[in-house]
Design a protein around this ligand. Structure first.
Ligand code: HPA
Length: 285
């Protein structure tokens, strides 16, 4: 693509994001400071949202629509511990065919709405042989192994710098609060590095061996693009993975998306409890 065409495409994208944000602003009473992206089967937090308003994606001008299993496709606005919060039920994956830029459209909308903190969840395979299925992992760091970035192309200076810093993709203070919250709740959690692959196929044993040697503890097909955009936008991030299967090459069993969803649902209440406690802690600051 010629540079002029690319520049026009980005200008249209920026306009679409702003149109979507304007549409949302007119519907909500208070702009959210906090946003939560709910991964596959991890919708529990939405039950704790007070005075909630639902906006389906297909109502919002310019907004992509969701197709992945276990994803609803709606934004929810309301209060958690008195904090104005936006919940995203259903995300857009690179493997669905969305460009990286479209997949991260909602994070740009969050930025336009003035969101300062993003809590992001996902289902992932445990590369660490000591990880048991059904437990949360607080994400300490990430590896982009998707072969693309949402920031490729002309930079939108209004949204962030050309070369954003990634020395602390996941906010250390939020990681500490999440670990402390889990401890107080008596929920065992792991800590580790999340690596994102493009998918949609699950990994081969050789790929899992490689990813483990790269230094990753869990593998999934989301989150990394959204975190890159959030950091570009200056939004601080907390990430929590549900370990839904053992991604251990020498002990690998055939895996289905149904198994992943089922295990995510089992882990969802733990992740939800941790998130609610973290938000309570942030709200009382
Ligand atoms: N690999 C990739 N993505 C996943 C996995 C996995 O094992 N489990 C859940 N999402």
């Amino acid at each position: 693509m010629k540079l002029k065409a690319l520049t026009d495409e980005i200008a249209r994208y920026v306009e679409d994001v702003k149109t979507a944000a304007r549409y949302i602003k007119e519907k909500i009473s208070q702009p959210p400071k906090l946003a939560i992206i709910l991964g596959s089967g991890l919708g529990d937090v939405s039950e704790s949202l007070e005075q909630s308003l639902t906006i389906p994606y297909d109502e919002i001008p310019g907004f992509p629509t969701s197709t992945a299993p276990g994803h609803k496709g709606e934004l929810l606005f309301g209060l958690i511990s008195g904090e104005p919060t936006m919940l995203m039920s259903g995300r857009f994956h690179f493997y669905e065919g969305y460009s990286m830029r479209l997949a991260t459209f909602p994070v740009r909308v969050m930025q336009e709405l003035g969101v300062e903190t993003l809590i992001i969840t996902n289902a992932s395979g445990g590369l660490d042989p000591n990880f048991d299925v059904g437990h949360p992992m607080i994400i300490r760091d990430q590896i982009n192994f998707m072969g693309d970035s949402p920031l490729i192309g002309p930079n939108v200076d209004e949204w962030g710098p050309r070369f954003p810093d990634m020395s602390e993709p996941y906010d250390r203070e939020l990681v500490d609060i999440a670990l402390q919250s889990a401890k107080e709740l008596g929920i065992g959690v792991y800590e580790g590095v999340y690596v994102a692959v493009a998918g949609p196929n699950f990994e081969t044993p050789a790929e899992l061996r490689m990813l483990r040697r790269f230094g990753a503890d869990a593998v999934g097909m989301s989150t990394v693009p959204e975190v890159i955009v959030a950091r570009h936008a200056g939004i601080r991030v907390l990430g929590i993975s549900a370990i839904t299967d053992r991604a251990v090459p020498d002990d690998l069993k055939p895996l289905t998306s149904e198994e992943v969803l089922e295990a995510a649902k089992r882990t969802g209440s733990k992740i939800s409890a941790i998130i609610l406690r973290v938000v309570k802690c942030l709200a009382s600051d």
